[in-house]
Design a protein. Structure first.
Length: 604
């Protein structure tokens, strides 16, 4: 328990702050970061250090301490070489909590290793090509000193590796950075390696695009479109609330995701996903989404997230607005910026409407409850998830669409959801004071010029179907379901080939398949006595009519079962937002003020 971890140049790492970290990676092929935490001026008999269990912006307890190993603690003075340090007794008090006996000791060095082989925007990844880390997933902290200033030094394994991070440098010391508190450290990812780096300026502010990994991204095109996004979003809020901002892009095999920070964001995107136009537009939506978060969430945030508790869940009913409004704007911003067309915007919105209307859980879980239960549901999907829950990203986006249209219609397009965002920025964001759910509703009501109680009860705290058609109609649009004339009768299950078997992945609540006793994870075997696979099933069902009874054979827990299924009426699986047959002048005016072009140009 007291074996020291040798790290390069650790004896020479001296700073004036009471808390200092050193992050070394002398053997990147092992995926092990070697961390030294040096604490000075300690005056208590016991030192508590803890590891966060989650990362702000990603609402799941991820137990980062599970990757920590080789913990040691020792007493030392700045002049002592490492091999003369005196080991200190310590014990583990809980999964992420270490207690060190420090009676009479004011200078403590803690060393440990962290295994880092998970390439996501919220975790750590170290290999022969780079080292990427999020401090929440790497750095222990002292709860009593959470708001003390600190420094962190990075020791790359090779001289040609450099460091990119939004933190300010600490004087002239190489690869050494400073933060006013642990919150700021957590909010500052690090990319260490030989990544490509591109500097550019927007609205007088410095920006950087750092790209790791091989792929087909065109940095110059990305920068030009990112400039447009920055300018478009800055117009909403009246400027940029930082001096420097960094976009960290990882080109990965198949990953996808983003994580927002106050002065940076991390982006993970498939390495070959930048040349096909639709995929590139999806990437620019990701950029727009994470950049919008620098206001909405990082500065404009719910009261429950005003102060972070890194040890447990931080519950709020307002993630539908944090993520939903941001998702709505990640559709809208590239349109306003001229990155894609109005028709492309409507097509992308149609896909989200399709996903929403094909999720039975929308009629079970209110979006405020989805927000509150993010910690146990959104990131922990199972075979019944689509039956029992709805994403606060997805429904929140469509609720914010309705709110934008409502505010526009009530104000003759003089106000919009932009008005709400600016109001929240002025009242809460600039001072970083958290808003309550009631204050959020009040801000929306003020912009809409009407009481919002009924709307919130029905669509946010309740599960009534969103009146998409009713709201879109005033803007000359409608939601058109696909024609089901040629669709097979409804069975209500989804199957896929998996490990050489035809596995039933999902059975819809109340569907003919569920009523017949078929379960998710059953193995699909035969229809009417003849072998069938997931690709053949829709075509085979074309031979039957709604109300017909068919025999479906499955393996259920290795038991062969034949179930009698009464087929239902076919249901649409795709929805398209399109212009109404004949729009009037008011609808045309509303559409033009919302999306910027005449509605009749959609068909030209």
């Amino acid at each position: 328990m007291t074996q020291a971890i040798k790290t390069k140049s650790s004896e020479t790492f001296q700073v004036a702050t009471p808390i200092q970290y050193q992050v070394a990676m002398p053997h990147p092929e092992t995926h092990l970061f070697e961390v030294t935490l040096h604490i000075r001026g300690w005056s208590s008999d016991v030192l508590d250090v803890k590891m966060p269990v989650w990362t702000p912006g990603s609402y799941l307890v991820r137990e980062y301490a599970r990757h920590l190993q080789d913990f040691t603690a020792a007493a030392a003075t700045p002049e002592d070489p490492q091999d003369q340090e005196t080991p200190l007794s310590w014990n583990k008090a809980s999964k992420n909590h270490w207690q060190i006996q420090t009676e009479g000791v004011d200078d403590i060095r803690i060393r440990y290793r962290v295994y880092a082989n998970e390439l996501t925007v919220r975790t750590n990844h170290l290999d022969l090509t780079h080292g990427y880390f999020n401090p929440a997933a790497l750095c222990l902290y002292v709860p009593q000193w959470q708001y003390q200033p600190l420094q962190i030094r990075v020791v790359p394994p090779y001289p040609h590796w450099r460091v990119t991070t939004p933190l300010e440098t600490a004087g002239k010391a190489e690869h050494t950075y400073q933060a006013p508190d642990f919150d700021t450290l957590v909010d500052s990812p690090f990319e260490v390696g030989n990544h490509a780096s591109y500097e550019f300026e927007v609205l007088g502010k410095s920006h950087e695009l750092a790209i790791w990994g091989q792929g087909n991204a065109d940095p110059h095109q990305i920068i030009e479109d990112t400039k447009k996004i920055i300018q478009t979003e800055a117009q909403i809020y009246g400027g940029l609330p930082y001096d420097r901002y960094i976009f960290l892009l990882h080109q990965s095999g198949s990953g996808f995701g983003g994580l927002e920070h106050k002065n940076s964001c991390s982006l993970n995107y498939p390495r070959l996903g930048f040349q096909v136009r639709e995929k590139y537009e999806r990437f620019m939506q990701l950029v727009a989404h994470e950049f919008f978060h620098l206001w909405n969430v990082k500065r404009i945030r719910p009261k429950e997230l005003e102060t972070f508790d890194y040890e447990q869940e931080n519950y709020t009913p307002s993630l539908w607005f944090c993520e939903g409004a941001t998702s709505y704007y990640d559709l809208l911003i590239p349109l306003r910026a001229g990155i894609y067309s109005t028709q492309a915007f409507l097509d992308k919105l149609s896909k989200d409407v399709t996903r929403f209307l094909n999720t039975p859980g929308r009629q079970v879980q209110p979006v405020s409850e989805s927000s509150f239960d993010a910690w146990i549901k959104l990131y922990r999907r199972d075979a019944n998830s689509d039956n029992s829950q709805i994403s606060y990203y997805l429904k929140g986006e469509l609720v914010c669409l309705l709110l934008d249209l409502l505010i526009r219609q009530n104000s003759n397009n003089q106000r919009s959801l932009d008005t709400v965002m600016r109001s929240l920025w002025e009242d809460f964001g600039k001072s970083e004071t958290g808003y309550t759910a009631a204050q959020l509703q009040d801000a929306i009501a003020q912009a809409a010029g009407t009481d919002m109680d009924e709307f919130f009860q029905r669509y946010i705290h309740g599960t009534e179907e969103l009146p998409l058609d009713d709201y879109l109609h005033a803007f000359g649009l409608r939601v058109k379901p696909e024609d089901t004339t040629d669709k097979p009768p409804r069975l209500g299950l989804t199957a896929a080939t998996e490990n050489g078997k035809e596995t039933i992945k999902f059975v819809e609540l109340g569907s003919p398949a569920q009523q017949a006793g078929i379960d998710a994870n059953d193995e699909l075997v035969a229809l009417e006595g003849f072998r069938v696979n997931s690709q053949q099933l829709p075509e085979r069902l074309q031979a039957y009519q709604p109300g017909d009874q068919v025999q479906l054979t499955v393996f259920h827990e290795d038991e062969l079962r034949t179930c009698t299924v009464t087929l239902g009426e076919p249901q649409p699986s795709n929805y398209q937002i399109e212009p109404v047959a004949k729009s009037d002048r008011e609808q045309e005016e509303n559409f033009s003020r919302w999306l910027g072009i005449p509605i009749d140009s959609l068909n030209s």
